[in-house]
Design a protein around this ligand. Structure first.
Ligand SMILES: [Zn+2]
Length: 527
């Protein structure tokens, strides 16, 4: 087996997993199939690009009539990778199950699973600290029992991390499971958090587990199956999901989209182009026989999940996962909360984001300031002052990339470049203060930002510029003011450095050579 990572962005990664039955792309969601009620066939999976499924080994075992159980690929009529769950979810639903950890391992080996799960004890959402501690210890104990029983190394075994909402327990569980060499690690117990939209807690649980687990292994999140959450979960480092939500929603007449769930009866026109939504109207689907209606919704719901996963993979390849989060966070207040929570962990996201990307990035709003590239740039700027006590020229950084190509200021800048005692900075709405030495580098020159932009950003960015210029201990500051943002920068500079040190020049008037000459004379006198 191998897990190969091809591209990374934030904590998200695009990769492939090879099992003994085939290869599939990650991030991936295993559609969970009920082995006894099948509505989908191999042809559908092929068309929809679904290369790996999951079914429940515990339910299979319980329904088994033959002493020699069939290969799970035959049972499902699916030749590619099949993962099997162990029945732990049933523990959460119904209390203890009548199967032992070593027994379910042997059964998964017998039915020739490609990916197996050991029998853990889910912590659940409402466990108190003592119960959470017990589930973690018991899961570790069962992991050891299972590992002793494992004879087939060609099956990828998943090691579940428990601990629920008790983050210290999640970390302890992840640390214990890390000591045992599982090819795949997983996080349990998110179902109730997903249902109650407590994404803030879920983000912290995932971070607690990811921080501790080995980085090179795939990370599975049990029970997540709504496309609306995929971008956020992937950005946190989830490579795999499994869910039966697509079928449960379909049964309830619910239609999944990457922007939320809709009731079939509320839809007038399908905006989706998947085969299940093509050539038929929502009202026709609604009037179809219940079986056909459900089958169509099942198919559409899976298409919706898998097209979102493809979109996420493309966003990672292009280095635009952050942009996807920004737009998806706007579709529901709970997702905005989720995104805000993720932004708090920007340092962790920074560590795994490439330093150079194949495409430029977008600065869309204040939340773009938390993206790894912005943090990295601020770090670089704050560490990069060589000489201080120079005369500082502050120019508007807008309209052109790189900033210094703006023809209005070429003449002025040229003069200053000749001047060795001069430090040249731009004030950009996306980046705040940018030294001329960096304005051609990634990502400054490649960023599409709003040049006039959001007035609510002017004040905080102007403060950033003034704060930075102050650390240069300048003798004089010449500010070329341009528009409302320029006026904000002027006010802030005067506040921080004192009125006497600042010369404000009107950006609009710089076209005239006489004005430029007078600026140059003034500069020469001052510096
Ligand atoms: Zn569709």
């Amino acid at each position: 087996m191998s897990f190969q990572v091809r591209s990374k962005d934030l904590l998200g990664r695009v990769g492939t997993i090879r099992t003994k039955s085939g290869t599939f792309n990650t991030p991936h969601m295993f559609p969970v199939l009920d082995p006894y009620h099948q509505t989908l066939d191999a042809k559908f999976f092929k068309e929809a690009g679904i290369d790996a499924l999951m079914t429940n080994a515990y339910l299979l075992k319980r329904g088994e009539r033959n002493p020699e159980p069939a290969d799970v690929h035959e049972t499902l009529g699916f030749g590619q990778s099949v993962a099997t769950d162990s029945g732990a979810y049933q523990i959460l639903e119904y209390g203890e199950v009548g199967v032992k950890p070593d027994e379910i391992v042997r059964y998964q080996e017998k039915i020739n699973s490609d990916i197996g799960v050991i029998l853990d004890v889910p912590t659940g959402f409402r466990s108190d600290p003592a119960r959470a501690r017990w589930t973690v210890d018991e899961t570790v104990r069962r992991a050891d029992q299972a590992m002793k029983a494992i004879t087939r190394k060609d099956i990828l075994w998943m090691g579940p991390v428990q601990g629920g909402v008790h983050l210290a327990e999640v970390e302890r569980s992840a640390a214990e499971m890390s000591k045992r060499d599982f090819p795949i690690y997983a996080l349990g117990s998110p179902t109730e958090l997903l249902e109650s939209q407590r994404y803030d807690v879920l983000v912290e649980m995932i971070i607690a587990a990811k921080r501790t687990l080995p980085k090179g292994k795939p990370f599975h999140l049990f029970g997540a199956g709504h496309p609306v959450l995929f971008p956020f979960l992937v950005a946190l480092g989830c490579d795999l999901f499994d869910s039966a939500a697509y079928a449960l929603y379909a049964r309830a007449g619910r239609y999944l989209t990457s922007e939320g769930t809709q009731l079939l009866g509320d839809i007038v026109e399908f905006a989706c182009n998947c085969p299940a939504c093509t050539g038929i109207s929502p009202s026709e689907v609604l009037e179809a026989a219940p079986k056909e209606r459900e089958a169509r919704l099942i198919q559409h719901n899976l298409w919706a999940c898998f097209s979102e996963l493809r979109r996420i993979r493309e966003a990672i390849r292009r280095g635009r996962l952050w942009e996807l989060l920004e737009s998806r966070s706007r579709v529901h207040p709970a997702l905005l909360d989720c995104f805000d929570r993720i932004r708090r962990h920007s340092t962790l996201l920074e560590a795994s984001t490439p330093t150079v990307k194949p495409h430029g990035i977008f600065h869309l709003s204040a939340s773009s300031d938390d993206r790894p590239e912005a943090q990295r740039f601020r770090d670089r700027v704050s560490r990069s002052f060589e000489e201080r006590r120079k005369t500082v020229l502050v120019l508007p950084g807008r309209w052109r990339r790189p900033f210094h190509e703006d023809p209005r200021y070429q003449t002025v800048a040229k003069f200053f470049e000749d001047h060795s005692n001069m430090s040249i900075w731009f004030y950009s709405l996306s980046w705040g203060p940018v030294p001329i030495e960096l304005d051609e580098t990634f990502p400054i020159a490649q960023t599409e930002g709003r040049d006039v932009g959001d007035p609510s950003l002017y004040q905080s960015k102007a403060e950033d510029v003034a704060r930075l210029i102050r650390t240069l201990l300048p003798r004089n500051v010449f500010l070329v003011s341009d528009g409302e943002y320029g006026r904000c920068v002027a006010t802030e500079l005067m506040k921080t450095l004192g009125r006497r040190k600042i010369v404000v020049l009107d950006g609009k008037k710089l076209k005239s050579q006489t004005i430029i000459n007078s600026v140059i004379r003034k500069m020469a006198r001052n510096s």
